[in-house]
Ligand binder design. Structure first.
Ligand code: B12
Length: 501
């Protein structure tokens, strides 16, 4: 029988700002890696088990592993779900599989992950070419062949061997189409009103910026003289049109969540794609993370208006900080002026687009006053909703320290991007200042922004405002209760009832 390569996304908690119907997106990495294996490896048998999408808990997952008996199990996680990734690795190893880990977390803690003894190989960075060569080497007669696979770290006896970095793929159009047929596609966004029947799609990889706190430009960066530098690559508008046609026509998808670190980093592709979508009468709802300078640029050229007409109705902008000095310190390359202008343009010219601004706090030197300044700025900028994200010392960023490693993964539960620190935690005064601003700061500009959103002519915008406000209020109430009763940390991530089932 042919060897089975099984990619598994194990059961996990929900991020509380997403409802159950939108909390889990198609694991595009697995669909893309699976497609590469099917295309390039003779006899490849590939499956993807997306447990959260199937509402499958740990007991059922264990019996699925017993039933399918994979030769290889592929895992890849956000830091916050390292607990689940490692639990799965233990299970897969015990069942006799070779465990391969990759993605933005394991790729930056390879030696530590390998020393757990339950992971055999870690793949760094872009995975499609590496996984093909790796599987061929692992299926071959000589383990020594692993040395010739670029972009991996593996256990060799008692030692750990890292091979040279893998060069980036020169042309993203040559990637096979993600293997959507291996996913329970109909489950994503089922019953969601704001993101109905959605799919995840990437138009580009990498970034033009190199913000200190971010892993994304590193994950798809280019290595030059031993250092990773940012590198942006895009698919062509024609290829993207094809993918959207496939997703809408064959898979019945009605909403696209762009997973790009920065959808509008390229000045041409998003506008040209919008043009093609309009020509083909294929306007489809879309959400994307965008750069403020790109919004301003595309408003001037008319590309932004085309993108909105083609369905872009939700954008996320990284504002990050309330002052130029700390923006510079983080190597953020958009300015506050550009950010202000971008939100103004969106509010004035495209009021149907729901706009998010995200802020990062908890940097050395931050005080309650910094938080209040950030909150004030979030009200002044004409955004629909602000997210305040505590800095997570993610592996791969300069904030990571090896002593933070925890082989159980439990410590990484705190890397949840949620403002809810334990009492006594050094960040607690900042979190309290944030909750206090949310509860007490009702300056007129905030009231006006709610009135604007609740009276919006766009029903989607009204619904989203209510929903997000409700979730933020719930979180703030939970934090307040925990702070007042001195109960320690409020659990930010929500454990679904099927988690252990
Ligand atoms: C879609 C998405 C979500 C969705 C769905 C999440 C889900 N679990 O279903 C939503 C919006 C709900 C979400 C929530 C969260 N997310 Co999220 N999310 C993403 C996003 C935008 C896309 C992932 C993707 O499909 N990428 C496209 C694929 C093709 O790229 P890739 O994953 O890098 O895979 C390639 C390589 O890395 C490698 N590879 C990856 N995995 C593997 C595995 C193996 C075996 C191999 C060989 C190779 C390999 O090969 C692939 C192909 O080249 C990423 C950002 C990004 N652009 O990657 C963030 C990201 C993964 N999320 C992140 C975070 C922090 C979160 C949250 C904790 C907070 C938040 N909201 O941002 C929650 C946690 C959710 C949860 N319950 O687990 C961080 C993770 C950082 C980290 N190191 O932990 C990221 C990187 C964004 C960021 N801000 O930096 N998220």
């Amino acid at each position: 029988m042919k060897d089975l390569f099984l990619f598994v996304r194990p059961p996990r908690p929900l991020w509380p700002f997403n409802g159950p119907s939108t909390a889990f997106w198609p694991p595009l990495a697995f669909a893309s890696l699976g497609a590469a294996l099917r295309e390039k490896v003779r006899d490849a048998r590939v499956e993807i088990l997306d447990a959260p999408a199937l509402q499958m808990g740990w007991r059922t997952l264990a019996s699925e592993l017993q039933r399918r008996r994979p030769a290889f199990v592929g895992i890849g996680e956000e830091a916050v779900s390292a607990v689940e990734g490692l639990r799965l690795a233990h299970m897969a190893k015990a069942s006799g599989a070779t465990v391969v880990a990759g993605g933005c977390f394991f790729g930056h803690v390879a030696p530590e992950a390998l020393r757990t003894g339950v992971i055999d190989v870690v793949v760094h960075g872009e995975g499609e070419q590496t996984i093909v060569e790796l599987v061929e080497a692992l299926r071959g007669p000589r383990r020594a062949d692993l040395r010739h696979v670029a972009g991996i770290t593996y256990r060799d006896g008692d030692g750990i061997v890292a091979t040279p970095p893998r060069p980036l793929l020169p042309d993203l159009d040559r990637l096979p189409y993600p293997a959507y047929d291996l996913l329970p596609v109909e489950r994503y966004g089922r019953g969601s009103r704001n993101h109905p029947d959605f799919a995840a799609l990437e138009s580009s990889r990498g970034c033009v910026g190199a913000c200190d706190f971010c892993v994304l430009w590193r994950q798809m960066g280019r290595t030059v003289a031993g250092r990773v530098v940012p590198q942006l690559r895009t698919k062509s508008p024609e290829r993207l049109l094809d993918e959207i046609q496939l997703l809408t026509r064959r898979f019945g998808r009605r909403y696209i969540g762009w997973v790009d670190p920065c959808f509008n980093a390229d000045s041409g592709v998003p506008g040209q794609l919008a043009e093609l979508l309009l020509q083909h009468a294929l306007a489809v709802g879309q959400s994307a993370w965008v750069r403020a300078d790109g919004v301003v640029r595309d408003a001037r050229s008319g590309a932004l208006a085309r993108m909105v007409r083609a369905g872009l109705n939700e954008v996320y902008l990284g504002v990050e900080r309330p002052d130029p000095a700390s923006l510079r310190a983080l190597h953020k390359t958009t300015t506050l002026e550009e950010t202000r202008e971008a939100f103004e343009i969106l509010a004035r010219e495209h009021p149907e687009v729901f706009t998010f601004g995200s802020f990062i706090y908890g940097l050395p030197g931050d005080t309650a006053a910094t938080i209040r300044a950030m909150y004030r700025l979030s009200l002044e900028l004409e955004m629909d909703k602000a997210f305040f994200i505590p800095l997570a010392p993610l592996p791969g960023t300069p904030f990571w320290r090896p002593e933070l490693w925890d082989a159980s993964g439990q410590r990484f539960r705190g890397f949840d991007f949620l403002p809810s620190a334990t009492n006594g935690h050094p960040r607690a005064p900042l979190d309290r200042a944030l909750v206090a601003s949310f509860v007490l700061d009702w300056r007129p500009v905030r009231i006006r922004s709610y009135v604007r959103a609740f009276c919006s002519r766009d029903a989607r915008k009204r619904r989203m405002t209510w929903r997000i406000l409700g979730r933020a209020a719930q979180l703030a109430a939970a934090d307040l209760t925990h702070a007042l009763l001195d109960h320690g940390r409020a659990d930010g991530m929500v454990l679904p009832r099927w988690y252990e089932s």
